[in-house]
Ligand binder design. Structure first.
Ligand SMILES: CC/C=C\C=C\CC(=O)SCCNC(=O)CCNC(=O)[C@H](O)C(C)(C)COP(=O)(O)OP(=O)(O)OC[C@H]1O[C@@H](n2cnc3c(N)ncnc32)[C@H](O)[C@@H]1OP(=O)(O)O
Length: 727
């Protein structure tokens, strides 16, 4: 791992080399510093090009080194960017692949930037709980203005080369030979004045409404990243660029970085970053793993059912350039479904065009619509996405067994039905996989890949690879009722409903959990998902009884507490957003803006009286414990049952599928932040007072770990050898 220097006429080429992504480890920075020094001192060298090995410029700081004490991290990149910028020889960055974080900051220190057309640049530090602290918050606004810099720095967005050119981040975009083009440019500018290319010396171009712009950005990030501090610190750093000279701005950038680094957020976000990559490295108890089992190629696919889920899955496949056959059961449904798919395809095409893809129409895979199962004969994979009904799904899979080629994988998009029961009616149970997509399926990143009892390792490998090809994060889970995500979620929603039964305001519960950082409170989430869907799910999984009793709720069954409220609201045609009324009211059916509903409040106070519920008003702190600790507790039970292979899987599921705030790492990481003994004590207390709520009964795994103190999450697995995956 080193940089090397190579003289090409009068130009020195310095190559960053630290596979796989040329991350700036301390060793690499040191080597870069040395090579730069040599090039600057060498009188034969008149210009310098910096590029990255193997078609990747640089993915930024080496995140694995973030926990190293700072004195052991070697020279700071900031000093290097100043050295590059202030030296008299022109320096050109040749950007292939990515220039992210410290990688882009390094390029901003250079006098010119040439990018390959497929390269992406960005400052994603905010997504790691920090800010660009090697001058990114000071140089970028000087280059592209306050508004664009604010967007990039506070979202962490990766910008494709053509957009980067329009913004002025790069000077030239080329289709090939990026390094050669950079060398040509370097030669051309030898001897030219560099003043206007030294970003730190330039004034920041401020629009007259700059304060309003900063205030608007603050409102936006407070909403988008609720409870997280790094986006706000990013804005403060950009504010410093507006008001202070460069060197003072840098001081402020450093101060804000130190402040963030002292919080738990960077560690939590960095854990979440690696957890996302860890879940791709699946292993089965048989020893088969991502390393040993190759996926089968998927050249063609079919999707059955073109409702909301099916349409989204078709788009996902088309975006991955996989030709799809989309099948519906009758003409009417096919007509509705194909219109929905075509309109989504048009929207995706437009988005791609806006991102600078000129061949956008060719970059989506073709979609063919049909009513004829016979057309599915030769596809490599079928994803069934009809509604949650076991009888219907079995009928479809029986049919597919007789039609599809023997090598075809058959997947069911279900949010919790038994995969083994579906597999049992087919001629190829080893090729049946659960693929639980999240709505909207063409946007949401998460895919739960469900391993049934008979599913082969090749089927798992293929489904996990498909997730990757679709740009999703596949997480392998076991075939338990509701799988992992929803198994935890139903208990959480039930806890929230119990609070309402006890006289607490649903708006306050939602607000408290949103302030904690969840993308949406539980009642808004229920309205979005559909109360009828949730009610069906509660009944099916024994969390409620199917029958109603005209508003009077019998709220115990087999000594377990349950709530009939969802069913009662459904009886009153309050299904959530789709009907315009649920826990909230909406401006119209399908409306999005949740408004408090006086009718519901009257109804709830009557319901409370008639049912004689105890009144228990609780504080915000207790709302968080009461609702979130059941998620954590059930997470431990999932691990005990071997339905997920590690806490990282649960955290990734929650971060990417349920709007859990990443700056707390995920529910299991959050438990370790709070302290396992604290979580356990609270659960014990709540369970003692509510022995009719099994979700509060502490898991044995939690008890075992808490008995060891608060061991770091990465040690849980080793500490509890007996806990073994049954995936
Ligand atoms: C030096 C101090 C001064 C300044 C400080 C600046 C702050 C920063 O720069 S923070 C880092 C900012 N950069 C990022 O956030 C980039 C994160 N990486 C990515 O977005 C992606 O990994 C990718 C570079 C776009 C590549 O994506 P893909 O091709 O899908 O591969 P992955 O599976 O994601 O990654 C492959 C492999 O590389 C590891 N990795 C990626 N980035 C880093 C990094 N910055 N540091 C260390 N390691 C990195 C990743 O974990 C994977 O490792 P495996 O072991 O193979 O799982």
């Amino acid at each position: 791992m080193a940089t090397f220097r190579h003289i090409c006429d009068s130009v020195a080429v310095i190559t960053l080399s630290n596979p796989p992504v040329n991350a700036l480890s301390s060793a690499l920075i040191q080597a870069l510093q040395k090579a730069l020094g040599e090039a600057i001192r060498d009188s034969a060298v008149e210009a310098i090009v910096i590029c990255g090995d193997k078609g990747k410029f640089c993915a930024g700081a080496d995140i694995r080194e973030f926990n190293k004490p700072s004195q052991k991290r070697g020279p700071h990149l900031l000093l290097l960017t100043d050295l590059i910028e202030s030296n008299k020889k022109p320096v050109v960055a040749a950007i292939e692949g990515v220039a992210l974080g410290g990688g882009l900051e390094l390029a901003l220190g250079c006098h010119y930037r040439v990018a390959h057309v497929q390269a992406r640049v960005g400052l994603p530090e905010v997504l790691l709980g920090i800010l660009p602290a090697a001058s990114g918050t000071q140089r970028l606004p000087r280059l592209i203005g306050i508004a664009a810099a604010l967007t990039l720095i506070t979202t962490g967005k990766y910008v494709p080369a053509r957009e980067a050119l329009k913004l002025g981040i790069v000077d030239k975009v080329v289709g090939e030979n990026t390094v050669d083009e950079a060398i040509r440019l370097a030669k051309k500018v030898i001897g030219q004045p560099l003043g206007s290319r030294q970003l730190s010396t330039l004034p920041v171009q401020c629009p007259p409404n700059v304060e309003a712009l900063l205030a608007e950005a603050m409102v936006k990030v407070k909403k988008q990243f609720r409870g997280a501090q790094s986006p706000q610190a990013c804005i403060e750093a950009v504010r410093a660029a507006v008001h202070l000279p460069y060197t003072e701005g840098i001081k402020k950038e450093q101060e804000l970085y130190q402040f963030l680094n002292a919080t738990h957020e960077p560690r939590a976000q960095q854990y979440a970053f690696f957890a996302e990559r860890e879940v791709a490295k699946w292993t089965l108890p048989s020893g088969a793993s991502w390393k040993t089992v190759s996926p089968q190629p998927i050249h063609t696919a079919a999707v059955i059912g073109l409702g909301t889920m099916g349409s989204g899955i078709v788009i996902s496949l088309a975006k991955a350039q996989i030709p799809v056959i989309a099948l519906e059961k009758d003409k009417k449904q096919l007509n509705i479904g194909s219109k929905a798919v075509i309109s989504l395809l048009d929207r995706e095409t437009l988005k791609m065009k806006q991102l600078g893809h000129t061949e956008a129409t060719n970059s989506l895979g073709p979609v063919r619509f049909t009513l004829d199962y016979g057309e599915l004969r030769d596809v490599d994979i079928v994803i069934e996405a009809v509604f949650e009904n076991m009888i219907l799904k079995k009928e479809i899979f029986r049919h597919l067994s007789g039609i599809c080629k023997p090598e075809a994988f058959l997947c069911t998009n279900t949010s919790g039905l038994d995969i083994d029961e579906i597999a049992s009616v087919t001629d190829r149970p080893q090729m049946i996989v659960g693929t639980h997509f999240y709505a909207p399926a063409h946007i949401m990143k998460l895919l739960e890949v469900v391993h049934g009892r008979y599913t082969s390792s090749i089927s798992i490998s293929t489904a996990m690879q498909l997730a990757k090809n679709l740009g999703k994060i596949g997480v392998l889970v076991g075939n338990c009722p509701l799988f992992v995500g929803n198994r935890l979620m139903v208990l959480y929603l039930q806890q929230a409903i119990f609070l309402v039964e006890e006289g607490n305001k649903l708006e306050e519960i939602d607000q408290t959990l949103e302030n904690f950082g969840l993308a949406m409170g539980p009642f808004q989430m229920m309205d979005l998902a559909g109360l009828d869907t949730l009610w069906g799910c509660h009944v099916e999984h024994g969390l409620a009884r199917p029958e109603q009793s005209s508003g009077i709720s019998t709220h115990h069954h087999s000594s377990k507490r349950y709530s009939q409220l969802l069913g009662i609201l459904c009886e009153k045609s309050r299904f959530g957003q789709k009907s315009g009324q649920g826990w909230y009211k909406y401006e119209k059916p399908g409306g999005r803006k949740a408004m408090s509903d006086p009718w519901l409040h009257n109804f709830l106070s009557e319901y409370h009286g008639v049912n004689n519920f105890k009144t228990q008003k609780i504080t915000q702190e207790k709302i968080i414990e009461w609702c979130l600790y059941v998620i954590i507790n059930e997470g431990f039970k999932v691990l005990e049952d071997g339905m997920a292979s590690g806490p990282e899987d649960i955290d990734v599921i929650y971060n990417s599928g349920y709007g859990w705030p990443k700056h707390t790492g995920g529910p299991m990481y959050y438990a370790s932040l709070v302290g396992l003994p604290v979580v356990l004590t609270k659960l014990e207390k709540y369970y003692e007072a509510n022995p009719d709520i099994p979700g509060l009964k502490p898991s044995s795994l939690l008890k075992n770990l808490a008995a060891l103190g608060n061991p770091p999450l990465k040690e849980w697995r080793a500490l509890l050898g007996s806990w073994s995956s049954k995936l």
